[in-house]
Design a protein around this ligand. Structure first.
Ligand code: ZN
Length: 268
């Protein structure tokens, strides 16, 4: 599933490919992907694409007074060609561009969603701060963790305090902070919260920088899915030796998600 850095890469790639264009028409092949789909084509048509932004794991395309919000969920991706039709059964929405090209949204699992809104802040009011928001401070984290019985991993995944972290980068933040993902957040020391704060910022900004360097290599045929991978230190490394201490990495379940831990470096 794309997390914040991958979504950022998709947004920057779309901007590179479509800046200055307008949508002139749209075909919704699968109505369940689009909320309030009856007016969808007329809402998106005839507005220049004025902005390409990201909030958490959401893509925000500015269209006049409205914003098209897209969440890729598990498998959503885009590609561009010149045919305004349905190229295959996994394409669910097709956008005609003012220069003759067509942007297709493809999603084999059909979990992605699109929505047009007047008020992005209200629609996404459930989201917490961005990792680079000046209000995202150690004090903010301490205040948010106070009296919470939740585990560190569930806290990082929740989106309501800090948004954009998914399963992969939550595991990386826990490992780099040398903290067990099952640790209750209300029991963390000041030092531990400081290292979580630092690692969230580092992991996400390193991954975004890496994604940024991959944008130029995209071709239309490859599809725009933002996928690239930071050199992961713990996630997906089950049964391999820990890069710090050599102990074998274990896969377990925390917050109902497959979770990778070095029990030597990340003691409970
Ligand atoms: Zn270790």
């Amino acid at each position: 599933m794309p997390e914040l850095p991958e979504v950022e890469t998709v947004v920057r790639t779309l901007e590179t490919l479509m800046v200055g264009c307008s949508f002139t028409d749209a075909l919704v092949h699968t109505p369940s992907i689009v909320y309030h789909n009856e007016d969808f084509a007329s809402f998106v048509a005839h507005h220049q694409l004025q902005s390409f932004k990201r909030r958490g794991k959401y893509i925000l395309l500015g269209l006049g007074d409205n914003t098209l919000i897209i969440h890729l969920r598990m498998e959503g991706r885009f590609f561009i060609n010149h045919e305004f039709n349905r190229p295959n059964k996994h394409v669910h929405v097709s956008f005609k561009l003012s220069d003759g090209r067509v942007l297709h949204y493809q999603d084999t699992r059909k979990f992605g969603r699109m929505l047009i809104t007047h008020d992005v802040n209200q629609t996404l009011a459930h989201l917490g701060l961005e990792y680079d928001d000046p209000h995202f401070t150690v004090d903010y984290l301490i205040e948010s963790m106070k009296n919470k019985k939740t585990s560190l991993k569930a806290f990082l995944l929740s989106q309501s305090v800090i948004c954009g972290l998914g399963n992969i980068y939550s595991d990386e933040v826990c490992f780099r902070s040398r903290l067990h993902p099952e640790k209750r957040v209300s029991t963390l020391t000041l030092n531990e919260v400081q290292s979580i704060h630092r690692e969230i910022k580092l992991v996400l900004s390193e991954a975004i920088a890496l994604g940024g360097s991959s944008i130029r290599t995209y071709t239309n045929a490859m599809g725009i899915d933002g996928l690239f991978q930071l050199q992961l230190q713990v996630h997906m490394r089950a049964k391999q030796p820990c890069l710090v201490c050599g102990q074998i990495i274990e896969k377990t379940s925390v917050a109902n998600r497959g979770t990778y831990v070095c029990k030597q470096c990340q003691k409970l």
